[in-house]
Design a protein around this ligand. Structure first.
Ligand SMILES: O=C(O)C(=O)Cc1ccccc1
Length: 311
């Protein structure tokens, strides 16, 4: 495999001050490339697809709220992209206002839907008469409050500072300790080398028939591959036809994972490979079961070749 050219132009869900920017900063040093804010997840992914950026850092899921649909769907559809890295970030929210605003003055609250969902209980207590409004990111919300369009934003402390706001309430999350999983996405073909502790992501579209999901799961189970996430998403273009978005342990370069993907390719309507990348959630993959490691596959190949007289 030729060595990959590391990305140097990074798109992210902007503007400055988003959690996505913080995740990108934590993963990629300034000396390794330039960061370009984009107004939406779709725009950041489009920048990679058009070649304007080499990679995009976007939120994928949150430990409290679940997946970010814009990212799930943006990866499942359109020109293929792959995840080359996952980045975990602790998120802490503040209720940010222009200096001088008191809680009693707050008539509107804005933020990213995930931030609003994770602070819904506290907001209901603090500003019961306000119906929070979703915007494309926490930092765009902070900028809109600074511009006087709304009274308060749910955002990162750093975003409040960046837009000249003050934190009226700190530690706003209903569930403390929430973690968001971001992914670095590159054009299809980028494949980091296996590290021995990797994950593989994919989307499988199955026919509407009895046992279709079981057929998908079986291909992993018989090869001793553990799944770390599975969820269904509507295909959108076909009514009541679903795709399954999943992460499994292992790297596509490993035989058991490669063979599971090849088997899915045979039995599913469609399979989209979404990348193999180093596991970064602080956990270790389960030990590979006896008979499921690469050496066992190679030995079995030799055995079969001998039977067929092709050795
Ligand atoms: O809007 C942001 O700052 C993002 O990066 C998306 C997001 C929103 C809420 C929690 C985690 C990530």
């Amino acid at each position: 495999m030729p060595p990959r050219t590391p990305p140097t132009r990074f798109a992210y869900l902007g503007p400055e001050g988003t959690f996505a920017e913080a995740a990108l900063r934590s993963a990629v040093a300034s000396s390794e490339g330039a960061r370009y804010p984009h107004p939406s997840v779709a725009a950041a992914l489009a920048a990679v697809r058009s070649g304007d950026a080499d990679a995009a850092l976007v939120p994928l899921e949150n430990s409290v709220e679940g997946s970010v649909p814009a990212t799930m769907d943006g990866l499942a559809d359109g020109e293929p992209l792959v995840v080359t890295r996952e980045v975990f970030l602790d998120v802490a929210f503040v209720l940010a206002v222009r200096p001088g605003t008191a809680l009693g003055d707050v008539r509107s609250v804005v933020s990213h839907p995930h931030a609003l969902a994770q602070t819904a209980g506290r907001l209901a207590d603090l500003v019961p008469d306000v119906v929070p409004l979703p915007l494309s990111s926490t930092a765009v919300a902070a900028a809109a409050v600074a511009a006087g369009e709304y009274d308060a934003a749910v955002c990162a402390p750093i975003a409040a500072e960046r837009y000249g706001l003050v934190p009226l309430v700190e530690d706003l999350a209903d569930t403390p300790g929430a973690v968001t999983r971001f992914v670095l996405v590159e054009p299809a073909g980028a494949l980091p080398a296996p590290t021995g502790n990797d994950k593989t992501s994919l989307v499988a579209v199955v026919e509407d028939r009895t046992g279709a999901l079981l057929d998908v799961l079986r291909e992993f189970a018989v090869r001793g591959i553990s799944l770390s996430r599975i969820e269904s998403r509507p295909t959108r273009d076909r009514l009541w036809v679903y795709s399954f978005s999943l992460d499994c342990e292992g790297h596509v370069a490993e035989r058991r994972v490669g063979e599971a993907l090849a088997a899915l390719h045979r039995v599913c309507e469609d399979v989209r490979f979404l990348g193999s990348y180093a596991r970064a959630d602080g956990r270790e993959n389960r030990p590979v079961q006896p008979g499921a490691d690469d050496a066992a596959f190679t030995e079995a190949d030799a055995w079969l070749a001998a039977i067929r007289g092709t050795a």
